[in-house]
Design a protein around this ligand. Structure first.
Ligand code: DP6
Length: 407
């Protein structure tokens, strides 16, 4: 029987605390500034990808969530696949004459996100990271995650940070080839496992401006972006890396919120202006600001940090010990559909059927900072934590059937 060359991998979502926004090279996807993110746990949010190489396949083909996704010549998918084949050829086949010439075979790739696209969570980062990770396993590559990040970056910039778990920096680099624009680990998840995240999925009917086109417009028109690139991000990268290494949540939170604010300020400074946050997003900011104020007034420190990407969803970073209080506060203003919330990390007792019964506002909190919204304004809450990098999965998890088509 002929050998089947196949591998399945999963990769995580990452949410930046220092935002990537702007390219100096749109083809190679080289950024105008370095960025830094926290990798979220794949137990909750992940992309899973199976890649198979076979001499009988007639073309490279990809299925996303069961549907054919066209691999356009010269496009991002085609580039990533071609780069992975090149790595296989150069690092394996050129060195071992007996290694099967997998780089000359076409591939079939099936990918699946376990979170709905409608949730408005970026799936391109975990998706391209899983694509690269599955091909690296299929091709038996022994290169480092940083080398793989060079290729994932060409699929989607933020994807390069999903090749590592924990706390990850994307160093912008300076070489025109892009060979020094890669992801590095700042600290593994085990360094600060208490770091958790609450994703507030905010309803959004209108089709927003994509990251790719939005950031290009910002590069072309925003004077504030030039100030950010030169005078703000370098200092913040150094300071937040240091804060992570020292497990200093106060500094981590201050910088995270300031950087989210500045990213949305450069979006607004774009011509024509881009708005990603809505009234619900802004009310969540008001809640977090007041929540921190109460804690600081009582002699404590920051307890939560908000951050927003190119959409209205809030991601709230906080330490484990404060998550229950934060969730109780959020549901006080944003009631949930009963049993909508999946208490995967066990904040409440097992027999909780209606999360809304746990609504509670901390003592001393000024309730007038925001109005109470209707059910559905925040249509879902996902509680997760810092997670690991791409995983190799057993063949039983394969998304391709024996025929080489999606199961
Ligand atoms: C706001 O990585 O989606 O999430 O490189 O064009 O694919 P492309 O853009 P993408 O942009 C992400 C922007 C962001 C900030 C971040 O993740 O750093």
């Amino acid at each position: 029987m002929a050998t089947i060359y196949q591998a399945t991998a999963s990769a995580p979502v990452n949410i930046a605390v220092i935002k990537y926004w702007g390219k100096r090279d749109t083809k190679l996807i080289l950024p105008t500034n370095s960025s830094l993110s926290v990798t979220l746990d794949q137990d909750h949010l992940r992309s899973t990808t199976t890649a198979r190489a076979d001499a009988s396949f007639e073309q490279d083909q990809l299925w996303l969530n069961g549907k054919v996704d066209e691999i356009k010549a010269g496009g991002r998918l085609a580039t990533c696949i071609a780069e992975m084949k090149r790595l296989r050829k150069e690092t394996v086949e050129a060195k071992d004459p007996n290694a099967p010439k997998l780089s000359s075979y076409k591939v079939h790739i099936a990918s699946y996100n376990n979170f709905p696209t409608a949730a408005g969570l970026a799936s391109s980062a975990s998706g391209f990271a899983a694509l690269v990770a599955s091909l690296a396993q299929l091709y038996n590559l022994t290169v480092s995650p940083s080398i793989l990040s060079l290729i994932a970056r060409q699929g989607s910039g933020s994807a390069c940070r999903s090749l590592f778990g924990g706390f990850v920096a994307w160093q912008m680099g300076s070489d025109p080839s892009g060979n020094d624009s890669l992801a590095v680990e700042v600290a593994p998840r085990e360094h600060w496992p208490q770091m958790q995240a609450l994703i507030c999925v905010v309803s959004d009917d209108k089709k927003g401006t994509s990251s790719t086109s939005g950031m290009q417009r910002t590069v072309e028109t925003s004077a504030l972006l030039q100030h950010r690139i030169k005078h703000v991000v370098p200092e913040r990268m150094a300071a937040i890396s240091k804060a992570i290494l020292a497990r200093d949540f106060d500094t981590f939170a201050t910088i995270t919120m300031a950087d989210s604010n500045q990213f949305h300020a450069v979006a607004l400074d774009t011509e024509p202006p881009i708005f990603y946050m809505n009234d619900v997003s802004r009310s969540i900011i008001a809640l977090i600001v007041e929540y921190n104020r109460v804690s600081i007034a009582a002699g404590g420190g920051y307890k939560a940090a908000y951050t927003y990407d190119a959409g209205p969803n809030a991601v709230i970073y906080a330490l484990e010990e404060n998550l229950k209080e934060i969730l109780q506060l959020v549901i006080s203003y944003f009631p949930q559909r009963p049993s909508e919330f999946k208490d995967v990390l066990g904040l409440f007792s097992k027999n909780t059927t209606d999360i809304n019964t746990h609504a509670k506002i901390p003592a001393g909190f000024n309730e007038a900072v925001a109005k109470r919204f209707e059910v559905g304004a925040v249509k879902g809450l996902i509680h997760t934590r810092v997670g690991d990098g791409p995983r190799r999965l057993p063949d039983s998890e394969s998304l391709l059937a024996a025929s080489g088509l999606p199961k």
